[in-house]
Design a protein around this ligand. Structure first.
Ligand SMILES: [Zn+2]
Length: 307
């Protein structure tokens, strides 16, 4: 083999190695959560929403804000030509903290860690297509807020595994159990979109929505603790296996849409997110949440990134 051929061959081998090693996907271990028996199938929504609430404290923690394109938050094809929204929006990144009378403190999503006081912990060529800038005050990061709250968190329920929902993980105790919708994908592509939120050593506990019940207007609902206190609602579309949550709190029931509707504007105007894994599913999931709100207007709706 001549030298002329050998060098490109070497480059090719190195490139293949870089691609193979560099693009090795982060694949956390997945365990199956056994859903407890539930009385949900026999109960009406009125009975569920009016049962004595087992969640006696509920808090919304704002861990910072991020600048994102409008086209990610809303399907801009559905906006009226006269809308007055800006091309980029600043939206908040929340953690929902709740206390179950028998089971203790839990959180929904993880918010942002302290790196978002500067440029955050999501790197790669594509990262700034999603989060353009961030703002965070000192001690606004999730670990600082949890320290102030002095809560022993027993588990984290994720709406989904996108970076802005997992970005608090690096500063949280890695042994806290993490619950996700069954099949929810974790995207981590070295060089393009890379974060240190989960590793292949991380364990995720999958909530199998397919074992839930069809309770109109929702196609799938799971009773996570089996006591009607926290229901997971299968709302795919923005991500593969997104979950919204319905919490029965002493301050009334609360519907957390997650990123099935990032914004109030999207919910009120029935416009699904622009960032979707599957647009038809996203439309259908939003339609179910909106219909639930129309059936039960007294249930407080909390959007994914806006209060
Ligand atoms: Zn989000």
């Amino acid at each position: 083999m001549s030298k002329k051929i050998k060098i490109p061959l070497l480059v090719l081998i190195v490139l293949i190695l870089v691609v193979v090693i560099g693009y090795h996907p982060v694949k956390p271990t997945r365990l199956v959560y056994t859903l407890p028996p539930s009385e949900l199938p026999e109960k009406s929504w009125d009975e569920i929403l009016n049962s004595s609430p087992l969640i006696d404290q509920f808090k919304v923690l704002n861990t910072g804000s991020v600048k994102v394109p409008l086209s990610g938050m809303l399907n801009t094809d559905k906006l009226s030509e006269t809308h007055d929204l800006k091309e980029f929006l600043w939206v908040d990144v929340f953690v929902f903290l709740f206390h179950h009378t028998d089971r203790g403190w839990f959180m929904i999503d993880t918010g942002l860690d302290s790196t978002f006081q500067e440029d955050g912990n999501i790197k790669g060529f594509l990262a700034t297509n999603f989060i353009i800038e961030s703002k965070q005050q000192k001690s606004q990061n999730i670990a600082a807020q949890l320290k102030r709250e002095n809560k022993d968190v027993k588990g984290i329920f994720f709406t989904h595994l996108h970076g802005d929902h997992t970005a608090g993980l690096p500063e949280l105790n890695s042994s806290i159990p993490k619950y996700i919708g069954k099949g929810e994908e974790y995207l981590d592509i070295p060089l393009l979109y890379h974060a240190n939120h989960l590793t292949s050593n991380s364990q995720l506990i999958e909530l199998d929505w397919s074992q839930g019940i069809d309770k109109l207007p929702f196609s799938r609902v799971i009773d996570i603790f089996g006591d009607g206190s926290i229901l997971g609602v299968h709302t795919p579309g923005h991500s593969t296996s997104h979950l919204s949550y319905l919490l029965m709190t002493s301050d009334g029931p609360k519907l957390l849409t997650g990123d099935a509707s990032h914004t109030r504007y999207g919910f009120i105007n029935n416009i699904e997110p622009g960032w979707v894994d599957d647009q038809l599913s996203a439309e259908n999931s939003l339609a179910q949440l909106v219909e639930f709100h129309e059936m039960f207007p007294n249930v407080e709706v909390i959007y994914g990134h806006q209060r």
